[in-house]
Design a protein around this ligand. Structure first.
Ligand code: SF4
Length: 371
């Protein structure tokens, strides 16, 4: 192995690294072999025979994507100009004859990145798109602060075209929202998290509502079979860890589906309490725009929609269930629209699907599959 000078790419700099302790692989190494060699290694050194060989960048990026957290060193024929790209591909340091001031020079002269990469710097095009979307949401909130659900859905449909969907639990209040949607855009995708844990009554109610309202594009989102086999093979994860169960059965399926959408219409309302108390009509979390056309409605106004449109109630509403999700985590409770009966006895009233940056998870999952 060469006894090259080493310098760090990461902040803070890596000091006194022993390059000879690293497992060295050639940039031309097939990824499966590289991944096998990386298993258990603290440091991987990737050797570039030519600075024009991009395979070392791909190897580093794929190793980072697959979870390699040790040190990554670039060795051999790499150029000072490549320091920034090497860092973004996941390298921590370069071991070569290049002068160590090069990364600092690069950082001084290039403030933005132009391609997504393992280091996670936001590319300029994405930063611009996020800023434009945040400005759009601010404008929509200004214009539709006191608007009706119909006006908000119409505005959202206009703003996000074919990249918008509604999320529905087909629970106790769902029919009101779905009925409003059916009058405006019955063909809009309606996402249903088919966790495998729903009450039979909910599934029957879903089918009844879909037929009655003329919804033409209801999409069930099931958990990934491999993830379930690995993480919840007995379908009893909810007994030990409801957050992990919701993650595999709800959050990840929705994250994957959201790769096809920019905006999601929710049925959340301020009177549900908790973190829903201050919901605006439009929210942008830097990733997905959430549209909350019913946020300002009261429980009485929701009930009025049911009466006016002669909508059927969820069969369990009359049994004392104000909010209905999966059977293991739903109990009867007092009050309209309250989420007290969800995960009763636990310190949670939300499952995580409305957490920020859902789509970033989908992007990460996609990149694994493309490789
Ligand atoms: S609500 Fe309960 S059963 Fe459903 S996904 Fe979450 S923890 Fe699992």
């Amino acid at each position: 192995m060469r006894n090259d000078a080493a310098y760090a790419l990461a902040e803070p700099p890596v000091q006194n690294a022993n390059d000879n302790a690293a497992v060295e692989i050639d940039a031309a190494t097939p990824f499966a072999d590289a991944e096998r060699l990386a298993a258990g290694a603290d440091e991987i050194a990737i050797r570039f025979e030519k600075f024009t060989d991009g395979r070392g960048f791909s190897l580093a990026s794929m190793l980072r994507d697959r979870g390699f957290t040790g040190k990554l060193t670039a060795r051999g024929d790499v150029l000072p100009d490549q320091a920034g790209l090497l860092r973004r591909a996941g390298f921590d340091k370069i071991a070569s004859d290049i002068k160590p001031q090069s990364p600092r020079w690069r950082r001084r002269h290039f403030s933005h990145a132009y391609q997504p990469a393992a280091a996670g710097d936001e590319p300029a095009y994405l930063a611009r798109a996020r800023a434009a979307r945040a400005a759009l949401v601010e404008k929509l909130n200004h214009e539709y602060a006191d608007a009706s659900p119909e006006a908000i859905i119409t505005a959202a449909t206009r703003a996000f075209g074919g990249r918008i969907a509604m999320l529905s639990s087909f629970g106790t209040e769902a029919a009101a929202g779905l009925a409003v949607l059916a009058r405006i855009a019955p063909e809009m995708p309606v996402l249903f998290l088919d966790t495998g844990m729903h009450f039979a009554q909910t599934l029957t109610y879903r089918d009844e509502l879909v037929a009655r309202l003329g919804l033409t594009n209801v999409i069930p989102l099931a958990p990934d079979k491999d993830e379930l086999a690995a993480e919840d093979p007995e379908a009893r994860l909810f007994e030990a860890d409801t957050a992990a169960c919701c993650d595999v059965r709800k959050v990840r399926p929705l994250a994957r589906a959201m790769a096809s959408f920019d905006a999601l219409i929710t049925g959340r309302k301020r009177y549900h309490g908790g973190e829903r108390e201050d919901l605006p009509p439009f929210e942008f979390d830097g990733d997905v725009v959430k549209v909350n056309p019913f946020a300002a409605l009261s429980a009485k106004e929701v009930a009025a929609i049911y009466r006016t449109l002669k909508l059927p109630a969820h069969p369990m509403a009359a049994m004392g269930y104000p909010s209905i999700g999966c059977w293991p985590c739903t109990a009867p409770a007092e009050g309209d629209g309250t989420r007290e009966g969800r995960w009763a006895g636990q310190d949670r009233t939300e499952c995580g699907i409305f957490d920020p940056r859902l789509k970033e998870r989908a992007a990460r999952t996609r990149s694994y599959r493309l490789i």
